[in-house]
Design a protein around this ligand. Structure first.
Ligand SMILES: Cc1cc2nc3c(=O)[nH]c(=O)nc-3n(C[C@H](O)[C@H](O)[C@H](O)COP(=O)(O)O)c2cc1C
Length: 229
């Protein structure tokens, strides 16, 4: 088996996607030993030629990316367009989509779209990870991340052993699918006291953009477009 993880995060080697997929690859290579080959490439770092070559030369391809505005980051879309004239027959493709919002439901729509695309292109879909609440791992202590990383480790082992994503692990990762009424109440309360903004404000300050947080750079253009139509 020759497997490649294609990491579609704009954060590349500093991404949450990489943290999860490193654990996946660790599980895969520990199970496979020297029998199988596996590597991770980065859509925002590696050349088109290398990515096309990796698609052609590997039998198992895991496309892993963060949810961006309920869809895929630009380079993931570009990558899929680049692959459209290649031969997908016999390829085994898995999807990993993870997001900032806690509910896995957000990620399910793009996963379903990609599942259909994979089937239409004649490849085999080996499963889709839909995981919410992942941005939190940027500030979580290692101990909290351990359970999530263990799920990805076991997912990797499973792909070597069975060729597909383990449905039980996929079901565990899908939780919470939607927030319970109690959790929704808690989030509402956190928003009211400003706790829900804490992490985002911290990032804005870190990047020196806190004062510009209410800027609307396209507003004037939007108005003139509206008035000219
Ligand atoms: C431009 C942008 C758009 C995003 N859109 C969504 C979204 O629609 N839904 C969501 O739950 N998270 C969204 N996120 C959050 C990311 O999916 C989340 O932080 C993810 O864990 C980042 O993974 P990465 O470090 O691998 O890039 C967005 C983040 C950015 C920067």
């Amino acid at each position: 088996m020759k497997l490649v993880v294609l990491n579609g995060s704009p954060r590349g080697t500093g991404s949450n996607t990489k943290i999860l997929m490193d654990a996946f690859l660790e599980g895969f290579t520990m199970a496979a030993g020297a029998v199988a080959e596996a590597q991770q490439l980065f859509l925002y770092r590696d050349s088109d030629d290398l990515l096309i070559k990796s698609f052609t030369e590997n039998d198992t391809i895991i496309l892993a990316f963060p949810l961006y505005t309920d869809s895929v980051p630009g380079k993931v879309k570009y990558f899929l367009e680049q692959m459209k004239d290649l031969d997908w027959l016999g390829k085994r493709i898995g999807i990993v989509v993870q997001s900032g919002f806690p509910e896995a439901r957000h990620t399910s729509f793009i996963a379903r779209y990609l599942e259909r695309l994979i089937q239409r292109m004649g490849a085999e879909h080996i499963g889709s990870v839909t995981k919410g609440g992942v941005e939190g791992i940027q500030i979580q202590p290692e101990k909290w991340k351990a359970r999530l990383k263990d799920c990805f480790h076991r997912l990797g082992e499973g792909v070597y052993r069975t060729g597909t994503f383990d449905p039980d692990i996929l079901a565990a990762l899908r939780k919470p699918w939607e927030l319970s009424p109690a959790l929704r109440r808690m989030y509402r309360l956190m928003s009211r006291v400003g706790l829900a903004d804490f992490y985002w404000n911290y990032n804005l300050k870190k990047n020196g953009t806190f004062e510009q947080r209410f800027d609307k750079p396209y507003e004037r253009e939007h108005h003139s477009l509206k008035s000219s139509s």
